[in-house]
Design a protein around this ligand. Structure first.
Ligand SMILES: NC(=O)c1ccc[n+]([C@@H]2O[C@H](COP(=O)([O-])OP(=O)(O)OC[C@H]3O[C@@H](n4cnc5c(N)ncnc54)[C@H](OP(=O)(O)O)[C@@H]3O)[C@@H](O)[C@H]2O)c1
Length: 274
C-alpha cells in the first residue's frame, strides 16, 4: 500500500527486525528499487522539506546515508527528519534560506564541523514564478536566479572545497525539462534551468581530476506544489511521482567507480519522447 506520493507508509522499526527472524530490506520501505552501498555516507539535500527533495532525502536515509535537510520552512524539514528517524535513519534539519549567501556558508560550516566530510550534494531547491516575458518584473528575475542558479553555484563551490580535500564526492544538480526545452510563460525559470545545465557541464570537467562526479537530472512533470503553478493545464494523474526522481538519484549513486553519467532526462510517460 502506498500513499498518494507513491511512498509506502513506515512503521517504526519495521525493517531489519531480526528479533522476529524477518529482515525487510530498507529499500522496500519507500518503494525505491535501486541498491547502492551508501551506508555511512553524508549527504546534503537542498529543498528537502517537501516534493522531490523530501523523496530524495527519505530514499538516501533509507540507504543508510546521514542526510542534512536544508530549506526555509522549519516545520517541513523537521517533519522529514522525524520520518527518517521513525524508519531507523539519521537526519538533521538545518533551516536555510538559499537566497542568502551567509546562510549557505553557515550550512556548509555546520556540515564540516559536525561531519568533517560531505559525500553527496543534491542541489534540488528551486522556485518558479511564471508569466509572459514582456510583463515579467526584474525583481522576480532576481528572485528566481538567486535560488535556482546562484545558490547552486554557491553550494557547488562550498561542496567542492570539502570534496577536493577528500578526493571524492558526488554532486547531483536538479535542472528540468526546460533545461533544454522552452515553453511559454517560463522564460526566466527556463533560463535558470539552462544555467544549471551549463554550470554542471563545466564543473563536471573541473571536478574530474579530483575524482568527483557531477551529474544533472532533467525531470519533466512531477506531482508537487511547484508543477501546479507551472503547468495548471496538466492532468495531475499523468505526472510522475517524486519517488521517480529519488530513484534516479539512487541509480546514479549505484553505479560503479568506472561509470559516470552526465545527464538524465526523465519525462512523464505520456509526454512526447525526446
Ligand atoms: N515538480 C516538477 O514538475 C519539476 C520538474 C522539473 C524540475 N523540478 C525541479 O525540482 C526541484 C524541486 O521542485 P519541487 O517540484 O519538489 O518543488 P516544491 O515542492 O515547491 O519544493 C521546493 C523546495 O525548495 C525549497 N526552497 C525554495 N526556495 C528556497 C530558498 N530560498 N531557500 C531554501 N530552500 C528553498 C522549498 O522549501 P521552502 O519554501 O520551505 O524554503 C522546498 O523544500 C526544483 O529545482 C524544481 O525546479 C521540478
Amino acid at each position: 500500500m502506498s500513499d498518494s506520493s507513491g511512498w509506502i507508509p513506515v512503521r517504526p522499526g519495521n525493517f531489519n527486525n531480526t528479533s522476529i527472524g524477518l529482515v525487510i530490506p530498507r529499500r522496500m520501505i519507500y518503494g525505491t528499487t535501486m541498491k547502492a552501498d551508501l551506508e555511512g555516507q553524508v549527504a546534503l539535500v537542498t529543498g528537502a522539506g517537501r516534493g522531490i527533495g523530501r523523496s530524495i532525502s527519505l530514499a538516501l536515509a533509507n540507504a543508510g546515508v546521514h542526510v542534512v535537510l536544508a530549506a526555509r520552512t522549519v516545520s517541513q524539514i523537521e517533519a522529514v527528519g522525524r520520518e527518517v528517524r521513525a524508519s531507523g535513519g539519521t537526519a538533521a534539519a538545518v533551516p536555510t534560506d538559499l537566497s542568502k549567501e551567509q546562510d549557505i556558508i553557515s550550512l556548509f560550516s555546520r556540515v564540516r564541523d559536525v561531519h568533517g566530510k560531505l559525500d553527496i550534494l543534491v542541489n534540488n531547491a528551486g522556485i518558479g514564478i511564471f508569466g509572459k516575458l514582456i510583463e515579467f518584473s526584474p525583481a522576480d528575475f532576481d528572485k528566481i536566479i538567486d535560488v535556482n542558479l546562484k545558490a547552486v553555484f554557491l553550494c557547488c563551490q562550498q561542496a567542492m572545497k570539502l570534496m577536493v580535500g577528500a578526493g571524492s564526492g558526488y554532486i547531483i544538480n536538479i535542472s528540468s525539462v526546460v533545461g533544454f526545452k522552452g515553453y511559454p510563460n517560463q522564460s526566466v525559470y527556463t533560463a535558470s534551468k539552462h544555467g544549471v545545465v551549463g554550470l554542471t557541464k563545466s564543473l563536471a570537467a573541473e571536478a574530474q581530476e579530483h575524482n568527483i562526479r557531477v551529474s544533472v537530472i532533467l525531470p519533466g512533470g512531477v506531482d508537487t506544489d511547484l508543477v501546479g503553478k507551472a503547468r495548471p493545464d496538466l492532468d495531475r494523474s499523468v505526472l510522475m511521482h517524486p519517488a521517480d526522481i529519488a530513484n534516479t538519484v539512487l541509480y546514479l549513486l549505484s553505479l560503479s567507480d568506472r561509470a559516470a553519467v552526465d545527464q538524465i532526462y526523465v519525462r512523464r510517460r505520456k509526454s512526447s519522447p525526446f
